[in-house]
Design a protein. Structure first.
Ligand SMILES: [Zn+2]
Length: 222
């Protein structure tokens, strides 16, 4: 029986590496799959991992339709045995429902990989729908660590080095992809960091903890 499986974890938990490995293992056995991603760090139409591996991928934008795509491929005689879907947190609820339909009606295995919550520690809509619909949800065992050494369970966004908990949900890498307002101020430098829940709550990034340790900043309580 085909299954919809969701593999989730924080930003540095090795999801894209596992996505590439999942594809590799099946390709080695002679199976033919399709790889999808959305707003990957290496740019569009590319699945890349922090370990440096990468693979061509089909870009999933808001208008992409998984069901129609797979049916069209099968209709033209192409072989499709499984789908590997990275950055699934960026998919719409509709797109996740299309994936479930591909599993049920076409009996193809779907392996989805994505972050569970955004920098505000709220569920991404695509990830929420995956948790609701997946046959199995796996929390990745390669655990990222907070600067304090505890298990990192939360994703933090910093702008010019300061942690923020409000703003556009989707800002990838160092590039602002939303907005587009012409303002005099330059776009802030956006980056991400994984933290334990306590340090996410206290907005205590590694840089700030360092500043506190040097006595440059008082210790916050919260
Ligand atoms: Zn911590």
């Amino acid at each position: 029986m085909a299954e919809l499986q969701f593999f989730t974890g924080t930003m540095d938990s090795g999801k894209s590496t596992l996505a590439l490995q999942t594809n590799h293992n099946r390709a080695q056995r002679g199976l033919v799959g399709r790889i999808f991603t959305s707003r990957d760090r290496a740019g569009t139409a590319m699945l890349s991992s922090r370990l440096g591996l990468q693979h061509d991928a089909i870009e999933v934008d808001q208008d992409f339709h998984f069901w129609r795509y797979v049916v069209d491929e099968l209709t033209r005689g192409a072989r499709v045995d499984y789908l590997v879907c990275d950055e699934a947190q960026f998919y719409t609820r509709d797109q996740v429902e299309q994936l479930a339909k591909v599993v049920d009606e076409l009996q193809l295995d779907v392996f989805a990989f994505g972050i569970l919550t955004d920098f505000r520690s709220e569920l991404f809509p695509g990830s929420a729908r995956l948790v609701e619909l997946a046959d199995h949800t796996h929390v990745l065992q390669v655990e990222a660590l907070c600067w304090c050494g505890k298990r990192a369970t939360h994703n933090a966004r910093t702008e010019d080095g300061v942690m923020v908990v409000e703003g556009e949900v989707i800002v990838v890498g160092d590039v602002e992809v939303t907005g587009g307002q012409d303002t005099a101020a330059p776009a802030p430098e956006v980056s991400y960091e994984v933290l334990c829940r306590q340090h996410h709550r206290r907005r205590m990034t590694a840089a700030r903890a360092h500043a506190v340790a040097l006595g440059a900043e008082p210790l916050p309580f919260g």
